[in-house]
Design a protein around this ligand. Structure first.
Ligand code: SF4
Length: 62
């Protein structure tokens, strides 16, 4: 599975990185990016990041 961040929506709050820094990091533009695939060990944390992103910028695909 892969997570995606819509950079147009992301406000760079860093919350997703706090939930799951194995998958999300802030890039040089101050926006979040999903730099690693989602796996069964971090799936719950990624889902929490999706649920708590204040601008609903994160999605996930199989
Ligand atoms: Fe961007 Fe949402 Fe992550 Fe905040 S939680 S950095 S708005 S993707």
């Amino acid at each position: 599975m892969k997570a995606f961040v819509d950079e147009e929506l992301c406000i760079g709050c860093g919350l997703c990185c706090t939930y799951c820094d194995e998958v999300f990091r802030l890039n040089e533009d101050g926006k979040s990016e999903a730099y690693k695939d989602v796996n069964e060990n971090n799936l719950i944390k990624v889902q929490e990041a999706i649920d708590n992103c204040p601008v609903s910028a994160i999605s996930m695909e199989e």
